[in-house]
Every structure is written in structure tokens, then in C-alpha cells.
Ligand binder design. Structure first.
Ligand SMILES: [Zn+2]
Ligand SMILES: [Zn+2]
Length: 343
């Protein structure tokens, strides 16, 4: 029985191009009690591999968090499979607005301790005591209310290219950091203001809202289905769109454009730009914003040093990399002193 990928990303890319079939990119999550995550993981892998599903899926004792793509003509089969799992029956699927057949190139189903690395000790508070879920219409009403404080629960490189008008966007690298910073900023208003929060697909707010209620906030609301579902409802119901810029997503597309506004700037020359790239020096791989002109000038690199390394023959690059992990830079997404225009 095959339980892991056989194809490399490159081979998969070629296959997808050749097939040229429509694929749907979607995400979903569910908190549930899973007794044996390993077994569940294998069950998913075997079924989804056969359906030609690709993506990144995390399974833990606390539930499942999935970002994936599925061939459009197998969507019904996929949906039926989900509905047969009791805690995934009618689960809300956040379906992407822009589709790219190459949004994912592998099927990776991983067993993790948690489905979101939230850094919280769940034993210390009641994770079921969540905030009030609101839809797009109610969310718009709430953010028009002067008594509301709107908070972006995502990291700095996500809110940098797009966020809701008037939102607080903490300059943080991790979810855990943002929880403390927000609490410190808002501690005077635990009882008198509405704390309204949002994230990409809603999953981060599930825990954050329960945590803030535990910390004494009285009026806690969360955007159901996050920015992805908000955008869908705004389009379908012809509501006012209050999100400006792009929504950062965690697949090859990197982002979805929601409004025409470009709110970020090229980290190298400072001109308006909201295109994230990874530095072409594999040992660096820094995530940053780069305009077309700078990409050309810098050979897709973040710095002159990286440009030099990336120009070396592959074997030499490999020798240079030996023993030096790049993980620290990957973690510090979009932060490097060489980027003059990163605020
Ligand atoms: Zn530039
Ligand atoms: Zn670099």
C-alpha cells in the first residue's frame, strides 16, 4: 500500500500541465476528538491519493486542518467522502476565488501535536467557549460600530499586503505573540468594547476567541470562515467590501486579490507592489515583496550576497549549504536588514 508521495514536485507540475484539468483549491478545518491520528491520516491519504487530491493537511488529536486542491470533476466524490466522516459532515469548505491548477504539487498528510501551532496550553482554558460567529453582513455592521475594536489575527507578512480597513495589524511573527500584544493594547476595554477578530479561514480565531473570553473580554466576535468566506459572501450578496488589497494564502498562489488597492511596497526599491516571492538562493529562501524590475536586476534574490550564491553552479551551492540550515530565515518571514523598504 502506498502511503507517501511517489512523484517529485517537478514531475507533478509537468503532469498537471499536461492534463490541463480544472482543479478547485479549498481549505477546511474541524476541531474534533481523534483517538488515533496516525490511522486517520492513513485513511485520508489512501482515499485522497486515489482521488488525485493534492495539498497540505495536518491531523492531530484535536482535529484536522486542510488546505488542498481537488480535480473539479471529482469534487462530488470528495465531498461525499467528507460527509461520511461524522465530524466532517457538512463541514464548511472555504473555496478559493482564484484557481490555479498548480496551487499544490504534493499530497502531504501529517500528524502533528496541534492543527495550528498556537502555542497555547489548552488545559488552562475552555476551548469550547468560543466567540460569537458572524457572517459578512453582520461583520460589516460590527466594524461600522464605533464601539468596536477590529483585530487582525494574522502575522505581519500577511496583513502587509491586505487587511480590513481600520484593523489593528500586530507586527508579529507568530500567533502566540499576537495574543499577548493585543491583550496588552486592549486591556482597558475588556468590558466596554466589542473585540472583533478575523484571520484567513477562521481557524486561528476559534482558539483566540476562547482564549480572550478566558482572559476577561466580554464581547468577543469572530468572522466565520475568515477572509475567504467573507469575500465569497460579499460577492454573492452584493455587500460592501471592506477588505483592501490581497489575501495571503498558504499555497503556490501565495495570495488572492480582493480589491484593486496595492497597499504594500517593494522591499527593495519602495515602489507600490504586493507580490511575495521567495529568494532564489535556496539556502536563503526569504519570503519578501519584490517588483518586476527589482526581480530582474537582482536575479530574483533578496541581496547581492544571495545573487552571487545563486549564480554559482548547483554543486557549489550545495557544498556551501552543508551544515547550515536556513530555517531561521524562513521563520523570520520577510525580515532582513538588507530589505530597505520593509517597514
Ligand atoms: Zn522594486
Ligand atoms: Zn536571499
Amino acid at each position: 500500500m502506498q502511503l507517501y508521495n511517489k512523484l517529485s514536485a517537478k514531475e507533478r507540475e509537468a503532469l498537471l500541465e499536461e492534463a490541463g484539468e480544472d482543479r478547485l483549491t479549498l481549505s477546511f478545518y474541524a476541531y474534533a476528538k481523534i483517538g488515533n491520528p496516525e490511522l486517520f491520516r492513513n485513511h485520508l491519504f489512501i482515499a485522497w491519493d486515489q482521488m488525485d487530491v493534492l495539498g497540505r493537511i495536518y491531523v492531530a488529536h484535536e482535529g484536522i486542518n486542510a488546505q488542498l486542491s481537488v480535480p473539479a470533476d471529482r469534487f462530488n466524490e470528495f465531498k461525499k467522502f467528507l460527509d461520511e466522516i461524522y465530524f466532517l459532515e457538512n463541514v464548511r469548505l472555504n473555496i478559493a476565488i482564484e484557481h490555479d491548477i498548480k496551487s499544490f504539487l504534493k499530497l502531504k498528510v501529517k500528524v502533528r501535536k496541534k492543527i495550528v501551532a498556537d502555542g497555547l496550553n489548552d488545559e488552562t482554558f475552555d476551548v469550547r467557549n468560543k466567540g460569537v460567529h458572524v457572517d459578512a453582513a453582520k461583520f460589516n455592521d460590527l466594524i461600522n460600530d464605533p464601539n468596536t475594536i477590529l483585530v487582525d489575527m494574522r502575522n505581519h507578512y500577511e496583513s502587509e499586503i491586505g487587511h480590513f480597513q481600520g484593523a489593528i495589524t500586530p507586527d508579529v511573527d507568530t500567533f502566540r505573540d499576537s495574543l499577548d500584544i493585543i491583550e496588552e493594547d486592549l486591556k482597558e476595554h475588556k468590558e466596554d468594547k466589542n473585540l472583533v477578530m478575523y484571520c484567513t479561514g477562521g481557524i486561528r480565531c476559534e482558539k483566540a476567541s476562547a482564549y480572550y473570553k478566558h482572559r476577561g473580554f466580554k464581547n468577543v466576535f469572530q468572522l466565520e470562515g475568515g477572509i475567504i468566506e467573507y469575500t465569497r459572501q460579499v460577492e454573492n450578496q452584493k455587500l460592501e467590501n471592506k477588505f483592501i488589497g490581497k489575501n495571503f494564502v498558504f499555497d503556490h498562489r501565495r495570495s488572492e486579490r480582493i480589491s484593486e488597492d496595492v497597499i504594500a511596497q517593494c522591499h527593495q526599491c519602495g515602489k507600490p507592489c504586493d507580490t511575495h516571492v521567495n529568494c532564489a538562493n535556496e539556502a536563503c529562501h526569504l519570503l519578501f515583496i519584490q517588483c518586476k524590475e527589482c526581480a530582474e536586476k537582482m536575479n530574483d534574490c533578496c541581496s547581492d550576497d544571495c545573487k552571487e550564491i545563486a549564480a554559482l553552479p548547483y554543486e557549489e551551492q550545495k557544498a556551501l549549504r552543508k551544515g547550515k540550515g536556513a530555517s531561521n530565515k524562513i521563520f523570520k518571514k520577510g525580515r532582513s536588514e538588507v530589505l530597505r523598504f520593509k517597514q
